[in-house]
Design a binder for this molecule. Structure first.
Ligand code: ZN
Length: 192
């Protein structure tokens, strides 16, 4: 089925509501053939709401079915939290303990590190940390963007400049997106 109306080129087909609609009734999507989304704005909204509720429903069902499991999970999580708190307190009292231990037992530390990195929850944690770092633009993240190893001491001015550059790029992207959504006819892209 052709997207465009065979006689009226101003009209486009929405396969969800099974109707022809004007260009303005679709969101912009430059990656697609006519530069518009496949479904009309109205349908896109409905699809979004539906999938949101479906997701919630599924989550509630899952929780209900795994109540015991979940309780068990909370318990272990609580224990881990307490253990971490204890460790932090100890670390404050004996700040050099860890580095001394690492120096004295390099082989043990190596094995421990390798095992830790194998755990799936570690991977998940790393992924989440990465996401967070990207969001709040930590020094570590920016150093990596600059191509530096995390141990490399960088000029703080350099980091700050890079941070500003990333922020600017993100703002520009937001601006472009906002404009193509709200003023599609005036969507002149600057800096491209
Ligand atoms: Zn539609």
């Amino acid at each position: 089925m052709k997207r465009q109306h065979p006689e009226n080129p101003d009209l486009f087909w929405c396969p969800k509501c099974q109707d022809y609609k004007l260009r303005e009734e679709f969101h912009i999507n430059r990656n697609r053939k006519h530069g518009i989304a496949s479904y009309c704005k109205l349908c896109t909204g409905i699809i979004g709401t539906n999938s949101y509720y479906k997701h919630i429903e599924r989550q509630l069902k899952y929780r209900e079915a795994n109540k015991e499991k979940h309780r068990e999970y909370c318990k272990t999580k609580d224990q881990l939290k307490k253990a971490r708190k204890r460790a932090n307190k100890y670390h404050l009292k004996h700040p050099t303990y860890n580095s001394e231990y690492q120096k004295a037992n390099p082989q043990k530390v190596k094995v421990w590190d390798a095992n830790r990195n194998k755990k799936p929850e570690r991977k998940q944690w790393e992924r989440e940390r990465g996401k967070k770092e990207r969001e709040i633009l930590t020094d570590r993240y920016i150093k990596r963007q600059l191509g530096y190893d995390k141990a490399f001491i960088t000029n703080p001015k350099m980091i700050e400049l890079k941070r500003q550059q990333i922020t600017m790029k993100r703002t520009l992207k937001q601006f472009k997106e906002w404009r193509s959504e709200n003023e599609p006819d005036r969507a002149v892209i600057y800096g491209e």
